[in-house]
Ligand binder design. Structure first.
Ligand code: DC
Length: 218
C-alpha cells in the first residue's frame, strides 16, 4: 500500500537527509517543502521585492514555476538554484516569507497537489499539521540546538565553508523561535505525530527507528 509520510521539525534536525534515505529505501518521492519557501525568498530578492510586501510577492508567485526534481535538484523558472537557495541569507529570507498567510496558502495548495497520488515523503514545518493532515505516518524530528549547530558546523567544514559554531547556534535558535512563534501554521508537533529525538543518534539509527514506524503502516 502506498502511503504519505510527513516529517516535521526545527531547522537542521536532519529532516532532508532522513527523508532522502527513506525515499530511496521505499522508492518514494522526497519533497522538500522548505526549498519552495527558499525559492520564493530568492526570487523576491532577485526582483527587488521587499520580503514583507505580501501583495507583490503573491503576484510574483503566480508567475513562478518551482520544480522539485526526483534527484533532489530544485528548479526555479527553469533554472537550477540548488546552491543559491541554501545561503544563510536565504534561510532567514525563507523563514520571513513563510510568515505571510497568502504565501503559505499558495505553497500549501501546490504541495497538496504534488502529494495527491501518495508515495510521498514530505519534510517541512507544517506537513503533519496542515499540508498532509491525513498522512499515514507523521514524524516530528527534533535534536537539541547544540547538536544541530554542531552538525551544520561539521558539514560546513567538510564543504570548506568557513563558519563559527557560536554564530551558527544563535542563527538556529533565532530561526527556531521565529518558526515556532509565527501566527500562521507555526512549527508544532501534530497530536498524532511520533517524536524522534536525534541528538544522540546516527543517521542510520534514526532511519531504522522510522522504518520500524513505517513498517507498521505499509
Ligand atoms: O526546511 P528549511 O530550513 O529549508 O526551511 C526554510 C524556512 O521555510 C523555515 O525556516 C521555515 C519555512 N518553512 C515553513 O514555514 N513551512 C514548511 N513546510 C517548510 C519551511
Amino acid at each position: 500500500m502506498m502511503i504519505n509520510i510527513a516529517i516535521d521539525g526545527p531547522s537542521a534536525a536532519g529532516k532532508s537527509t532522513i527523508a532522502k534515505a527513506l525515499a530511496k529505501k521505499y522508492q518514494y518521492v522526497h519533497l522538500d517543502s522548505g526549498a519552495m519557501y527558499r525559492c520564493v525568498a530568492y526570487k523576491a530578492k532577485l526582483e527587488g521585492i521587499a520580503i514583507d510586501d505580501e501583495q507583490k510577492i503573491i503576484s510574483m508567485i503566480e508567475n513562478t514555476v518551482i520544480e522539485l526534481k526526483p534527484d533532489g535538484s530544485i528548479y526555479l523558472d527553469g533554472k537550477q538554484v540548488n546552491l543559491e537557495i541554501r545561503t544563510n541569507e536565504m534561510s532567514m529570507g525563507a523563514s520571513n516569507v513563510s510568515k505571510l498567510p497568502l504565501v503559505r496558502e499558495e505553497l500549501v495548495r501546490r504541495q497538496q497537489e504534488m502529494a495527491k497520488s501518495k508515495g510521498v515523503i514530505m519534510d517541512g514545518r507544517d506537513i503533519g499539521t496542515v499540508v498532509l493532515k491525513d498522512a499515514e505516518v507523521k514524524i516530528f524530528l527534533t535534536a537539541s540546538a547544540k547538536a544541530r549547530a554542531e552538525r551544520r558546523y561539521k558539514e560546513n567544514l567538510e564543504k570548506g565553508v568557513e563558519s563559527d559554531l557560536e554564530v551558527l547556534t544563535k542563527e538556529i535558535e533565532a530561526r527556531d523561535y521565529q518558526d515556532s512563534h509565527r501566527e500562521h501554521s507555526p512549527l508544532k508537533k501534530a497530536d498524532d505525530a511520533i517524536e524522534v529525538d536525534s541528538s544522540n543518534l546516527s543517521i542510520e539509527e534514526v532511519v531504522s527507528k522510522i522504518e520500524e514506524i513505517i513498517s507498521k503502516k505499509i
